[in-house]
Design a protein. Sequence first.
Length: 342
Amino acid sequence: MFHPNFIYTQNMVNDLLKINSIRNFIVNAHLLVEMEVSFKREALLKSAHYSTAIEGNPLTLNEVDKLARGLKVSADENAQQGVLNYLNVLKKLDMYSSDEKITKESILKLHHDINYQILDDNCLCGKYRTVPVFMSNNLGEVIFTPPSAYLVEREMEKFIKWINNLGDLNPVIAAGIVHYEFMRIQPFTEGNGSTARALTALFLHLEEFDVDRFFTLDEYYDSDLTEYYKALNSVDKKTKDMTEWLVYFLEGFLISISRIKDQILLFSPDVSPQEQIKLSKKQIKIIEYLHLNGQISNLEVKKLFNISRQGAYKDLRRLMDLNLIEKKGGSRSTYYILKNNF
């Protein structure tokens, strides 16, 4: 089995304590529904923008926002497809695991869906590489040569087995290792970077350490790509000591999660828990869908959750009663939108 090599430094321990404290603060904060949805939507858009930007995608955050809302932008079709792929993957992140575990199949599907119709050879989507590849930085300089192609299957098998048998390893440390080890192996011919970042997001989600998907690490990486690649390349090729990379990863995690705490402290209204609106997970997902797509129909709710039309209408009715959404159209053309005050 794969055995990561690193040592805990004082800075790492301090950062882990701060991260855990902030996570507990966020989890126990009493937020209005619209604030939760706003955090999730912002994290979704930033993840799609910054992760694809690292790979050279030219779309701005504003253009990513427009694409997410179904609006047209004046940009290369391949660039648009890359962003839409990443958005769709993040929206349905729960689908990329099997019984709360990460498998070979889930990783192959993750890569396929992120890179669908944007690779030079679409047949490479969702298939381990059979040729040599090189890892380069944003200047195009080769900084690392991954394992030979014939070793990929075996290396990934050991890696996946480790992911699903972590024991008591801290999930944030483990996430940093997931990110680096995937980048070390470079299992695919193209699209390894964006897949590594999405896999890390999936791992944190399964470990329930993404704080309801309120924040993203990709903005931190993109803020200084030279440091990002330098940190990835800091791992000793012989000993595979990841300590320096993990110091960098934890610093970024702390910065990213601290931003959410600061936003809560700055904008959270002084509302008691008794006054908070309580919604089910389905109802919150409907609100998120509306924020991203503008409108929703009973049939779309039915398909989204695989429930009856009556069940779909019950959730929509609840949201209308709370004055969060309103009904438009009539008869078979009925649809629902967010209220202007939401």
